[in-house]
Design a protein around this ligand. Structure first.
Ligand code: GLC
Length: 443
């Protein structure tokens, strides 16, 4: 097993995860009805009873079709998904035996998870479950500074009567149910510890509050091959930064860190009808490439709407990324970082003897590739497979500006003048076999 700083040897080999690279995060719940941020229950201080009456009693995503979601994911080039079984609002999207606050008790009646997972597996997509450790609905989850009832006088007075041990049993039962009743789960994604927070009258919660060790044991016992993220806060698991792209691959104690960039299409995770700050397909694609170039996975979020549909703005982006992936997926799936330094405004990914050069900003006609002149066997444009001419340093040929800038190890690559009709053009550089060990991925 390859070594990672955050992956104990007792955990299963994360090979599929490193290979697959591109996942889909799906945030869906009662908050999809409010359509303004998955946290509004607490930002607007809505008490659980009112929230239930307003959003649970009428919940009916009548257009939900698991196959359509799975097909949309598949055609976007996605290889694994992570779905919110329960977000902080506490609502269960499966037929749980441990709560009546569940989807089968809404007008929708169906067990959404039981439809969703087989549809994705059918498309060859691995399945992961997001599960919130926080629960603003459960009567024994104690109030703290993030809780919607933090300013509710009576609730505050009765806070002592909340018994977190009962909540621990509840979440343990829920997790056990999820990992035993729904077939093979590839990835369990918990969210999130905040024990560093202190509001004076209350403190943030962490691994001891929801008994992370017990949850980990349940997962490991029932699904020994399942991967885990880091948010049980036990000092292990896949590192999951949000809305953040690092400068270079994460490393700790000289070892690579297994990590996943969690990114939204706009500011929040749940469906937000009025969101303005949509990222363009071009930007999202660059983020995907940038992540793989830095040895990470990209978990791209969507928030389907309250009727269970993926809205047109989201669909448009998935389609654009999907069309690019159709032509270029070999530069993402199975790839990782390269030891070579890419030209300005470019990113390298690599898989063995194939080095992929992603051109983020299209230059005029030529591209200087440094330090690999003797290693290159051929170059083609991945979009249409067409040959790309290149040449190295020639001391006989005195072309002033060229001679100054090309060194003996550099190449000058001739690009078509007009940018090929694709979001990010990719050059596939085939290296000589003798170079196999030199900078190739898998490491
Ligand atoms: C955060 C948020 C949450 C979102 C998650 C995704 O922890 O609380 O709304 O689901 O990140 O990474």
């Amino acid at each position: 097993m390859r070594k990672f700083a955050n992956w104990p040897t007792t955990y299963p080999a994360p090979d599929w995860f490193i290979h697959d690279r591109f996942g889909l995060f799906i945030h869906f719940g009662l908050f999809s009805v409010g359509a303004r941020h998955e946290w509004y229950m607490t930002t607007e201080e809505i008490d659980p009873k009112t929230y239930r009456e307003t959003y649970f009693d009428g919940f009916d995503p009548d257009l939900f079709d698991a196959k359509r979601w799975a097909k949309a994911a598949k055609s976007a080039g996605i290889t694994y998904m992570v779905f919110t079984t329960k977000h902080h609002e506490g609502f269960a999207l499966w037929d749980s035996q441990f709560t009546d606050y569940k989807i089968t008790n809404t007008p929708f009646k169906r067990d959404l998870l039981a439809e969703l997972l087989p549809a994705f597996r059918q498309e060859g997509i691995k399945v992961g479950l997001y599960h919130s450790l926080i629960d603003w609905y459960h009567p024994h989850f104690s109030l703290d500074g993030l809780h919607p009832q933090r300013n509710h006088q009576e609730a505050r007075l009765n806070n002592d009567q909340r018994n977190m041990t009962l909540y621990q049993d509840f979440i343990a039962h829920q997790v056990e149910e999820l990992v035993t009743q729904y077939g093979k789960i590839d990835y369990m994604w918990f969210d999130f510890p905040y024990s560093h927070r202190d509001w004076g009258w209350s403190k943030g919660k962490g691994p001891l509050d929801w008994d992370s060790l017990r949850l980990e044991t349940i997962c490991r016992t029932h699904q020994p091959d399942m991967l885990l993220n880091d948010r049980l806060a036990l000092g292990r698991g896949i590192t999951t930064p949000e809305q953040f792209q690092p400068e270079k691959p994460f490393e700790k104690d000289g070892l690579p860190v297994l990590w996943e960039a969690c990114q939204t299409m706009y500011g929040t995770w749940g469906y937000d009808r009025d969101a303005q700050e949509w990222k363009s397909s071009d930007m999202l694609l660059k983020m995907l490439i940038d992540t793989v170039a830095k040895n990470g996975n990209f978990l791209l979020n969507i928030g389907p709407n309250a009727r269970g549909e993926i809205d047109p703005r989201t669909r448009e982006r998935l389609q654009a990324i999907g069309e690019w992936m159709r032509l270029n997926k070999q530069s993402i799936i199975g790839c990782g970082p390269s030891m070579y330094s890419p030209p300005t405004d470019c990113r390298y990914t690599q898989n063995g003897l194939k080095l992929y050069l992603h051109i983020f900003s299209y230059p005029y006609k030529q591209l200087y590739i440094r330090d690999i002149a003797k290693k290159v066997r051929s170059i083609r444009l991945l979009t249409d497979g067409s040959e790309i001419f290149y040449r190295g340093y020639d001391p006989q040929e005195v072309i002033t500006s060229t001679e100054e800038t090309i060194g003996p190890d550099d190449l000058l690559v001739a690009l078509p003048i007009v940018k090929p009709d694709t979001l990010i053009p990719v050059l596939e550089i085939t290296l000589h076999e003798s170079d196999e060990k030199n900078g190739s991925f898998p490491l």
